[in-house]
Ligand binder design. Structure first.
Ligand code: GLA
Length: 486
């Protein structure tokens, strides 16, 4: 969770802007709500290096902030961000060139990528004090590289940097879903937690202060938002610590209505997608801010299973019920999404939530009110989303015991199915295990350490038609799989 400079400042980003945004985040309630990263995107570096290959930045863009600091040192801004109790993020490209060879504004620049300098650059980011790095793909795409290979090399450079500095550098992969990163992103290079972008940008940046005709005509539409959500649904790849990234948020930006803000927050929350807001934080309206910091929506977002939602119903075209299975038995977050231009009335069919009958309790998250389940007709305005939390009783699950770290004869032949996996990981670190299913693909699952003789449980969404599931040998054992009747 945090802020990213691109959507609202594009390549005009500089120290002053970042300081203002960090200050806003530290004082407007976002920091208390859990937003922590302040990420500097493209535009911070113009592609220059010294004779030893070290990155050189413009001293006017990144001057000293405190006495004793040198102009042109990125450690200045990282330490300013830290002084507010926040974490600092930076950006580069996996290729030789970065995206600044296709500038949104300003001159065309080359060599603003890290290829050929992976170890040097990621160590430098970490030494400057950065805690997060987003790695883009413009240069990688131009050179027709393999994302799985380049990002694995970068993961190792990050791990080496972490060993040297002792500072965690969170890895954010941004190759826009072009090479199906949901297959190789989880656990790439054995990174213990990561996010990968699933699609292109929701919109090109809208820099209000530029006042150029191109930026002035840009407006966000419902379609922009929904496209990002739709292309980002790869639920079988997402679980504890590994997340599909639906892109930086655009709440409160030009074109966003209150309804669209709710839809945006609701969809990103039930998807447990990274909440990196790209708006100008000094200009957020009270209603946008209150949605961004809504504690009940954030609790849904932080559910320990971290799963994406499953679409369970669409009785009228464009009016859909999306359900996020949650770690607590019988708990579901429900997003009732109205994609149409007119308001809709919808009745929730409890059977479709994988529950036995109606839930015990139902909560309307936006209004912070309990709802009488017997009157569960919900009205949803055009392009809006009603977010609910239901607690009930799970329908009986089918249980499978593992044989040699495999489960056979699974009955999950319908749509995507929610399952709980019991396992033991007696090592002291998260273990990433590759999973194969007879239904085709599968991905990687992160298994955090378990203590003593306890078993751990994670949530999985099995792809349609899963019949057999095997976990590739690492020092973990899987014991039971409970497949939820849905
Ligand atoms: C790509 C990324 C964006 C942003 C820009 C910077 O388009 O997807 O998130 O980083 O590059 O140019």
């Amino acid at each position: 969770m945090g802020w990213n400079s691109w959507n609202s400042f594009a390549n005009i980003v500089n120290s002053q802007i970042v300081q203002q945004q960090a200050k806003a985040m530290a004082s407007n309630g976002m920091k208390e709500a859990g937003y922590e990263y302040v990420v500097i995107d493209e535009g911070w570096w113009l592609g220059e290096r010294d004779s030893a290959g070290n990155i050189v930045v413009n001293p006017k863009q990144w001057p000293a902030i405190q006495p004793g600091q040198k102009d042109g040192d990125m450690a200045n801004i990282a330490s300013y961000i830290h002084s507010l109790g926040l974490k600092a993020g930076i950006y580069t490209d996996a290729g030789r060139d970065g995206c600044s060879m296709y500038p949104d504004s300003g001159p065309k620049l080359f060599n603003a990528g890290s290829e050929g300098h992976y170890d040097q650059d990621f160590l430098q980011f970490s030494k400057w004090g950065f805690d997060y790095v987003k790695v883009d793909w413009c240069g990688g795409a131009k050179e027709r590289r393999s994302g799985a290979i380049q990002y694995a090399q970068i993961a190792h450079a990050i791990q080496n940097a972490e060993k040297t500095t002792g500072r965690k550098l969170f890895f954010s992969i941004c190759e826009w879903g072009s090479q199906n990163p949901w297959y190789w992103g989880p656990g790439v290079g054995d990174v213990e937690s990561t996010i990968w972008r699933t699609g292109g940008d929701i919109i090109p940046p809208i820099v209000e202060s530029l006042h150029d005709p191109e930026h002035d005509k840009r407006v966000i539409t419902a379609r922009n938002l929904l496209d990002s959500f739709d292309t980002g649904m790869h639920p079988e790849a997402q679980h504890t610590g590994y997340f599909n990234d639906l892109d930086m948020m655009v709440m409160g930006m030009r074109g966003m209505t209150e309804a669209l803000d709710r839809t945006h927050m609701g969809l990103w929350a039930i998807s447990s997608a990274p909440l990196m807001i790209g708006s100008d934080l000094t200009r957020l309206s009270p209603s946008t801010l209150s949605l961004l910091t809504n504690r009940e929506a954030l609790a849904i977002h932080h559910d320990p299973f971290g799963l994406q939602p499953i679409k369970v119903d669409e009785t009228t075209p464009g009016v859909q019920i999306w359900v996020k299975p949650m770690a607590i038995a019988g708990r579901r977050a429900i997003g009732i999404l109205n994609r149409t231009d007119t308001s809709a009335q919808i009745r929730i069919d409890w059977e479709k939530l994988g529950l036995k009958g109606a839930p015990r309790s139902l909560r309307d998250v936006w209004n912070g009110r309990d709802v009488d389940v017997t009157h569960a007709a919900v009205s949803v305005p055009a392009h809006d989303l009603v977010l609910m939390l239901a607690d009930g009783e799970d329908k009986l699950a089918a249980e499978y015991s593992a044989n040699n770290d495999s489960f056979a004869g699974i009955q999950a032949t319908g749509g995507p199915t929610f399952a709980r996996l019991e396992y033991a990981n007696r090592s002291s670190h998260v273990v990433v295990t590759r999973v194969k299913s007879t239904s085709g693909l599968f991905t990687a699952v992160a298994l955090p350490p378990t203590t003593g003789s306890d078993t751990g449980t994670i949530g999985l969404i099995l792809p349609r038609g899963t019949a057999d599931l095997s976990f590739e040998g690492r020092p973990v054992t899987v014991s039971r799989l409970k497949v939820q009747a849905w």
